[in-house]
Design a protein around this ligand. Structure first.
Ligand code: NAG
Ligand code: NAG
Ligand code: NAG
Ligand code: NAG
Ligand code: NAG
Ligand code: NAG
Ligand code: NAG
Ligand code: NAG
Ligand code: NAG
Ligand code: NAG
Ligand code: NAG
Length: 864
């Protein structure tokens, strides 16, 4: 039998259950899927010379991976073996192929490593068909695997330790993937699918020229295969072949393909008995005569178990025969089961739609979302009742995922969803009504987005029935039922004169809600926020830049914006449109490269309207840079001193900036998981964007950074002198209240417009100095004269009081940032109503909860 050639290892799955589309006619070659994995799309498609089939690139069917090429000495005649795709990233990589439901497929996955990486690494990885393991690819020089399938989500490989290799893990590879629909009346089994053990056919052994066999049988073997046959020239000998199974319990099937290809003379006959002795049963066909030039396939109708792992089939010439037995081709399979059900297809479609809507490109978000369970998508939980019952998606966590736009309507198709977390994104638009109709929902977190408008009444009703709804941190969301901001555009021109009243009404509502939501007991807000599920999730857009990209986007470091804590900051622009600030870090500022990377990865996930957004970073070959959104209007300190605009900020503007900065800080303390301490809150770290929206900069970095130039304190304690919490300084024990202390100092700067440390003053430190003046009742001296008395003194004293409590020596006496935010908001609201109601103001009146305050219009000359 040397003449029989080993072909490919293959596997066949039978389709059970819904057979919606049986193929009885010959399958159409246009339904064949033949992918040459790793093939460059420009070289696709091509006609394979041996099989004459059309192969295409796999680029459209998989997300990850890179192209490799086998070394010359490994190249095979079969062209798809030349290039391959390897998957260096992710624990699971998938191909998604559309197949006809209910149809039996032959699936082949082909692998030829060919030392593509020059490492002679022996890949070892698992191959899955949907949720079910198919095989583990153990590497030799040129193995091949194949199967059939009934599902949408075919093979996924995962890394595994490779024996005998120091690297520990190996990278999955694949050379080609082929799917052939099969007729439903072929490869019958009683249960399960079929895995190919052995498939053999004749090479050039016995092949009369120019014969043509009628191959129109369900099994459709290629003409090249059946127009040749194997015989034993020694007529006295029987023809036999054998193979081995892995397990005595394996159930085997053989398919024997015959066609008489020899022209027999009148008195010649070819007749033989076929026997296969099994453990459980014998398979015998007596006095078989292969039909003339006509393919026929024989198989055992019941599964056979082999004796002692060895299966032997014998073809023995009968006494009346004049010619020896022959065979054209044989295939031996065993039954394998793919018992686990795929995720409910509607859930799959819905979650894929969500993924595509938001362009989420997490590496693990491919293939089936729920199964195999150990590879389920991050951020998703499913119900697994019983492996034969399709899992359902029961929770979806897309918090901190950089989502923008409306809340995707496809979410409503996740009908079994119990928990939905969309917090910490930049979702806009209204809270959709459909959420109220999703009956399984128990928890919805929409916090920290940019949602606007009212909350649907139906959703409020659900809340009364126990639904936990979180909408905190959406400044434009209308929390009472009585707002109708839809009419804003129409109303403004018409009722401009009463707009201020409308604003007042809206604001009063807001106050009411805030009061009601956060009763005076501090920490309630923080506690409720912490309860929320806020798991980390990977936010993956392009975040990592090469050094040459940094050079390009800064136009070769052309424009210096300033010198920050850790290095020089340059102006740059992304795609020539989006301005950015690029902070090039001096190497000495980074204490540990690993910490730097971990910290940056963490910061990339933090998104809040009042925090300067980290857009990306560069860490190539000793070049370290952080890329931030560009803040067009500098920092708070410049504006207080009048250094930038030549005039100083009005009181209401200062309050607004304080509210915004405080919100950013509150978010770091209670909105982030894990909570973060800023460590370097100061007026130069409060930046203003082109719309004079305040954002905190440089948060979270001090853990792995020495705080740079401004720090004279040469200790391990990070922070800037004057702003540094004395308790932290003494105990070296850092917590959120240290930020509260620093923020209190900023509030004092805001009120006084004096330097934090001024050696020529009675008391050098601003807190000490303010304290002395208060004790003397010298209040007028405290307030910045540039304000020209244009403020409501009650709010100023209230802020002063707040600032004093923030700088309490003992951290336990300091308020939380949530409390600080509330007090500041109340003061801002009353200051704005003072401006709008009292003094005659310009027509800067918008019916909006987002207070628009003018900047730089004050003409009071700077005192200095
Ligand atoms: C990928 O899909 C697109 C759109 O259907 C098609 O235009 C393109 O030719 C496909 N590429 C390959 C390599 O098949
Ligand atoms: C694939 O990954 C799973 C989970 O990490 C592991 O249990 C399994 O052993 C891996 N496969 C191989 C071939 O190592
Ligand atoms: C295979 O099974 C189908 C239905 O189960 C049956 O109709 C068909 O005749 C069988 N084919 C063969 C060749 O036995
Ligand atoms: C080929 O075989 C099929 C099935 O046995 C038969 O219907 C058909 O007539 C044959 N064709 C020829 C050309 O003999
Ligand atoms: C055929 O096989 C028989 C039995 O094995 C052997 O005795 C005989 O020599 C063989 N004949 C040829 C021509 O090889
Ligand atoms: C078969 O017939 C041929 C002539 O047609 C003859 O030479 C040969 O001996 C016969 N063989 C047998 C076994 O009868
Ligand atoms: C199979 O055949 C062998 C040998 O002819 C015989 O000993 C055995 O009993 C048979 N087994 C069954 C299950 O018929
Ligand atoms: C999934 O369920 C587990 C166990 O109940 C829980 O710990 C985890 O937080 C859930 N994950 C999501 C994304 O809801
Ligand atoms: C799964 O559910 C099916 C149908 O309800 C049942 O027949 C089967 O026994 C269950 N399997 C397990 C492992 O519980
Ligand atoms: C929801 O599913 C239905 C079918 O079940 C489909 O027609 C509809 O387009 C889906 N809606 C969304 C928004 O995906
Ligand atoms: C949020 O989205 C709005 C547009 O909907 C955009 O103007 C704003 O810049 C985004 N904010 C952040 C922090 O990405």
């Amino acid at each position: 039998m040397e003449s029989l050639q080993g072909l490919l290892l293959a596997l066949i799955i039978m389709v059970f259950g819904t057979t919606t589309h049986l193929i009885q006619a010959q399958p159409d070659p246009k339904d064949f899927i033949s992918l040459d994995c790793g093939l460059h799309p420009a070289a696709s498609p091509y006609t394979e010379p041996l099989t004459k089939l059309t192969y295409t690139s796999d680029a459209n069917f998989t997300q990850g991976g890179q192209s490799g090429r086998v070394q010359k000495s490994f190249e095979e005649d079969y062209k798809p073996f030349t290039v391959l795709r390897y998957f260096p990233d992710g624990i699971r990589n998938c191909y998604n192929l559309k197949v006809i439901l209910g149809t039996k497929y032959l699936i082949k996955a082909l692998f030829l490593c060919g030392n593509y990486d020059g490492l002679r690494d022996a890949p070892k990885f698992d191959l899955y068909l949907g949720p079910n393991i198919w095989t583990t690819s153990k590497w030799q020089d040129g193995p091949v695997v194949a199967t059939t399938i009934r599902v949408r989500f075919p093979p996924c490989g995962n890394y595994s330790a490779s024996s005998g290799h120091q690297s520990g893990k190996t990278t999955p590879i694949i050379s080609a993937l082929e799917l052939r629909p099969l007729r439903d009346d072929t490869y019958n089994t009683t249960s399960g699918s079929l895995m190919l053990f052995k498939r053999e056919f004749a090479s050039d052994n016995f092949s009369p020229p120019f014969i043509r066999v009628n191959a129109s049988t369900p099994y459709e073997l290629p003409q090249e295969v059946i127009s040749k046959a194997v015989v034993n020239q020694n007529v006295t000998e029987k023809l036999s072949f054998d193979w081995y199974v892995d397990d005595r319990k394996d159930q085997a099937f053989i398919y024997l393909h015959f066609a008489e290809i020899q022209t027999l003379r009148g008195n010649d006959t070819r007749e033989f008995d076929i026997t296969w002795e099994g453990d459980n049963e014998n398979f015998t066909v007596s006095a078989y005569l292969p039909p003339k030039l006509q393919l026929e396939t024989l198989y055992n109708p019941y599964p056979m178990k082999c004796t002692f792992l060895e299966c032997t089939v014998e073809l023995v010439m009968t006494k009346s025969s004049t010619l020896p037995p022959m065979i054209n081709a044989m295939e031996a399979y065993k039954i394998i089961d793919f018992p686990d059900a795929e995720t409910n297809p509607e859930d799959v479609a819905a979650v894929q739609n969500v993924r595509d809507t938001y362009e989420i490109s997490r590496i693990d978000w491919q293939g089936d979302p729920c199964v195999p369970q150990m590879f389920k998508w991050e951020g998703i939980n499913c119900s697994y009742t019983n492996t034969t019952i399709p899992p359902r998606i029961i929770s979806l966590d897309l918090s901190s995922s950089g989502l923008e736009g409306l809340i995707a309507s496809s979410i409503q198709n996740l009908t079994h969803l119990q928990e939905l977390d969309l917090s910490n994104n930049n979702l806009s638009g209204e809270v959709p009504e459909f959420l109220a109709n999703m009956e399984s929902l128990l928890l919805i977190n929409l916090g920290w987005n940019s949602l606007a408008g009212p909350i649907p009444e139906a959703l409020r009703d659900r809340e009364k029935k126990g639904l936990k709804l979180t909408v905190q941190g959406n400044p434009n969301l209308c929390l009472s039922g009585s707002c109708n901001n839809n009419n804003e555009k129409v109303l403004v021109p018409v009722i401009a004169s009463v707009a201020s009243v409308a604003a007042l009404v809206a604001l009063l509502v807001l106050i009411f809600v805030f009061r009601k939501k956060t009763p005076l007991a501090e920490g309630t807000a923080a506690a409720t926020t912490r309860e929320l599920p806020r798991k980390s999730s990977i936010y993956s857009r392009k975040k990592r830049f090469t050094y040459s990209e940094v050079v390009e986007l800064t136009d070769n470091f052309k424009r210096v914006l300033g010198e920050g804590g850790f290095g020089v900051v340059y102006h740059g622009s992304l795609n020539d449109t989006e301005p950015v600030a690029v902070k090039v870090l001096s190497e000495s500022s980074v204490q540990g490269y690993k910490e730097f990377k971990a910290e940056v990865e963490l910061l990339l996930r933090v998104h809040h309207i009042n925090l300067v957004n980290l857009v990306g970073y560069c860490d190539e070959g000793g070049h370290l840079a952080l890329i931030y959104e560009y803040m067009a209007n500098g920092d708070l300190k410049q504006h207080l001193s009048g250094e930038s605009a030549g005039s100083t900020l009005k009181w209401a503007s200062r309050l607004k900036i304080a509210v915004e900065a405080a919100q950013g800080l509150e978010y770091l303390h209670v909105g982030c998981e894990p909570p973060m301490v800023h460590r370097d809150v100061k007026s130069t770290n409060i930046l203003l964007d082109d719309r004079f929206e305040a954002k905190l900069a440089d948060f979270g970095l001090s853990r792995s950074f020495c705080v740079g130039a401004e720090t004279q304190v040469a200790t391990v304690v990070a922070g800037t002198p004057g702003y540094l919490d004395p308790e932290y300084y003494q105990t070296n024990w850092l917590n959120e209240k240290s930020d509260v202390y620093s923020f209190g100092i900023v509030l004092m700067e805001m009120i006084t417009n004096r330097s934090v440390i001024e050696l020529t003053r009675e008391k050098a430190h601003i807190a000490e100095w303010v304290k002395i003046l208060i004790s003397r009742g010298d209040l007028e001296k405290i307030v910045d004269t540039n304000l020209g008395g244009d403020y409501d003194s009650t709010t100023v004293w209230k802020i002063l009081e707040l600032a004093m409590s923030c700088v309490s020596h003992s951290s336990s006496d300091r308020p939380t940032m949530s409390k600080v935010v509330n007090v500041l908001k109340e003061c801002l609201i009353s200051e704005n109503s003072r401006i709008k109601g009292g003094q005659v103001q310009d027509d800067d009146s918008k019916n909006s909860l987002e207070l628009n305050v003018d900047f730089g219009t004050q003409v009071t000359p700077d005192a200095r």
